[in-house]
Design a protein around this ligand. Sequence first.
Ligand SMILES: Cc1ncc(COP(=O)(O)O)c(C=O)c1O
Length: 413
Amino acid sequence: MGGNGATKTALKDKALMATNKKPGKWRRRTQAVRGGQVRTAFQETCEPLIFTAGYAYDAAEEAEARFKGESPGFQYTRLANPTTTMFEERMAQLEGAPAARATATGMAAVTAVFLAGLKTGDHVVSASALFGSCRYVMESVLPRFGIACTFVEGSDLSAWAEAMRPETKLLFVETPSNPTLAIVDIAAVAKIAEKGGARLIVDNAFASPALQRPMEFGAHIVVHSSTKFIDGQGRAMGGMILCHQDFLDENLHQFLRNTGPTISPFNAWLHLKSLETLELRMKQHCENAQRVADFLAGSKKVTRVLYPFRPDHPQHNLAKAQMDGGGGVVAFEVAGGKPAAFRLANALGLIDISNNLGDAKSLVTHPETTTHQKMTPEARAAAGVTSGMLRLSVGLEDAEDLCEDLDQALKVA
Ligand SMILES: Cc1ncc(COP(=O)(O)O)c(C=O)c1O
């Protein structure tokens, strides 16, 4: 390395060079490792963490040109950041999306899509099997702005069609849903949306792009909580919006820049690097979850097991058609309702009680009293959440240790 002056000049000349690779030719596993990477003049092999709020300009004229959009470069991390841009570009490649924007959390992504995509008088149709906070945004936030929402049973295609109104602009599904792992036919609902001049949003947090790419089936917008399987180790919050260029240009771009639900560059860097191992991790999550689901189904104390790749899942064939694996989450019901579910959770010695999911560590949740507690009993029933239900996010431990832990806890339940 030369002296400080030489370094400074080199950085100015070559800062943030593209890596001279051709992403169009890469398969998904390569995109997950290489997609979107840029290097600074130091030619580091690991993607750089550019942890800065602001950027300097050589002259006032340059600042003016950059603000006018006439000169490339970054202005302020609320607007864009090189590390965050790498995360967005890699996610866009993996999801097959024309555009991507990262957000601070998954809920920031969901809320931004609604607020940027809707105006007073518009209408939303959503599947009723939903994460509690998504339901809150639609049921309690949007109506304050004169936006109505209709909830339908996600597997009932005629209910989707009947709920459409001339003012319907967005349709929303989680597939698989939290926590009941309901599967919605993305291609069929996307067609209903298009017929009505609306867009379909798919929350892909449970599958991740390693197992499902909703845009391949016609979804118009994809949202993620990258806090979950993308991070994969329960460390950092993050979200992502993937969309077409027209939605970005006309709705999202200025909204995000000016309202500021920006992800920290540090979190973006963690999630960018996590994408490199996403497919390997998801494969193991799926293998472990399938083993645990089959084990639970063999217990007399378990009255119901929900796992998309088990043949007894109500939408098993659909899950197989649109997913490459059943995912890392299993929902199950124990006989004896909430007291039995609590006894089981409290007796677990390896699996932690936690409302997070998508971690390398297995985590169990009682949705009725935690993630879905704020819903009305009717909304909870429509979402399929029962008192005896537990959601198990199956981690990357040895599946036999997980089964042994569940076995001894089921004896207590
Ligand atoms: C399906 C789904 N969507 C969105 C979210 C919200 O994500 P975050 O916690 O990153 O805001 C969650 C969180 O559990 C979720 O399960």
